[in-house]
Ligand binder design. Structure first.
Ligand SMILES: Nc1ncnc2c1ncn2[C@@H]1O[C@H](COP(=O)(O)OP(=O)(O)OP(=O)(O)O)[C@@H](O)[C@H]1O
Length: 366
């Protein structure tokens, strides 16, 4: 029987959480502006967003490494902002969390457990090291480790405590591609097996999609959308989310609502849309390359000319210039078709996949 045991899964709840960094002589900086997040017991949530949006600040407040300006954080039914980091029952895998240089990796991993009187500390360290394929690192000193190795040690240290809540900040960023895939899978297996309620901060969308049950997309200190990958991809809450999530990037072009259910794009184009925005409204039109397709002759469509065609084996990407638009648009095509520069095409998309946004504030016009 393994020494690793299932944790008692607990919900992690953030309620109207704010962080203002105060520094003398300067205006306070409002980095986190009222976050509400309800993470189910055993759920893995990826926190996604551009640099500076407040991801790390949020994680540090949960971990107790940063004070909370206002709002509440609860693990199960226990409010934690007043507790010191060591009493929060949280496993933290942050890069900045230093290892003790005089101890070898094994010592670093077992130190905290032994300090708390955990009896089978050594066996637990070995078991985690095996699962993360890092037993060869156990006798080494931190000074001799590569950044990728340090990262695996940080992950092991977070996991070895068997915490009900796990916080990981870019846990795989220094690993090479092959290791990254392996550790990512093992992390997901361990997380499922042991039921840690987990937040992972990542810049890598593929990593977020592969690991997470739900994604929280953040910008400007605010959660812009919280949902499954499909919900966020298929039904983006606003222009920021539509633009931030998805590869290749969504096409965003200017347009004017023609009549209900139809929007004019470029000089001669028309697209169907499920939006009920009123006729005459100036809008930003969003269509994902995956949703755009070549139109039949009788369909509402946007005429254009192929500028570049990239054959990527599983699909093609046609970059198409459209009369009257400042930027070209990208269409993902099926593998069997081939286009050349100068080919005339007509583009369309399903009405539910032609999103309209307010050109000023980016709000979705449904
Ligand atoms: N101690 C601090 N004092 C003042 N401002 C800070 C402090 N720490 C962070 N900030 C600011 O708060 C904002 C959010 O920072 P945070 O590190 O949380 O962002 P992030 O989303 O994690 O970014 P990254 O992905 O680059 O780490 C940034 O504008 C940052 O400059």
């Amino acid at each position: 029987m393994s020494v690793l045991t299932q944790t008692t899964a607990k919900a992690l709840v953030l309620e109207n959480l704010h962080k203002r960094y105060e520094s003398r002589g300067r205006e306070a900086f409002h980095a986190v502006k009222g976050i509400d997040l309800h993470i189910e017991p055993g759920e893995l949530v990826a926190l996604l967003g551009p640099s500076g949006c407040g991801k790390t600040t949020t994680l540090r407040m949960i971990a107790g490494l940063e004070t909370v300006t206002s709002g509440d954080i609860r693990i199960g039914d226990r409010s934690i902002p007043h507790l010191p980091p060591g009493r929060r029952d949280i496993g933290v895998g942050f890069e900045s969390y230093a290892l003790y240089p005089p101890l070898d990796v094994e010592g670093n991993l077992s130190y905290g457990l032994k300090a708390r009187g955990v009896k089978d500390a050594d066996a637990r360290v070995r078991a985690i090291a095996e699962r993360l394929e890092m037993t060869d690192l156990l006798p080494l000193r931190p000074a001799g480790l590569s950044s990728g190795q340090k990262q695996r040690v940080a992950l092991a240290r977070a996991l070895v405590r068997n915490p009900p809540v796990l916080l990981l900040d870019e846990p795989l960023s220094h690993l090479d591609a092959a290791q990254r895939q392996r550790v990512r899978r093992e992390l997901k297996v361990l997380q499922r097996e042991f039921g840690y309620t987990t937040i992972v901060v990542t810049h890598d969308q593929l990593e977020a999609l592969s690991l997470a049950d739900r994604l929280a997309v953040m910008d400007g200190g605010v959660i812009q959308q919280f949902g499954t990958a499909d919900e966020i991809f298929d039904d983006p809450a606003n222009r920021f989310v539509a633009d931030f999530v998805g590869e290749p990037k969504i096409n965003l072009v200017e347009g004017v609502v023609d009549r209900a259910g139809s929007v004019r794009v470029g000089r001669d184009g028309v697209l169907p849309t499920a939006s009920r925005a009123a006729a005459g409204t100036a809008v930003t039109v969003g269509v994902r390359p995956q949703d755009a397709r070549i139109a039949r002759a009788d369909e509402a469509s946007v005429p254009g000319e192929v500028v570049v065609f990239e054959n990527l084996l599983e699909f093609g990407l046609a970059t198409v210039s459209v009369e009257g638009l400042d930027s070209s648009v990208v269409v993902q095509t099926s593998p069997e078709v081939d286009y050349r520069r100068g080919d005339a095409v007509r583009l369309t998309a399903p009405p539910a996949r032609v999103y309209l946004f307010d050109p000023e504030d980016g709000a979705r016009l449904r």
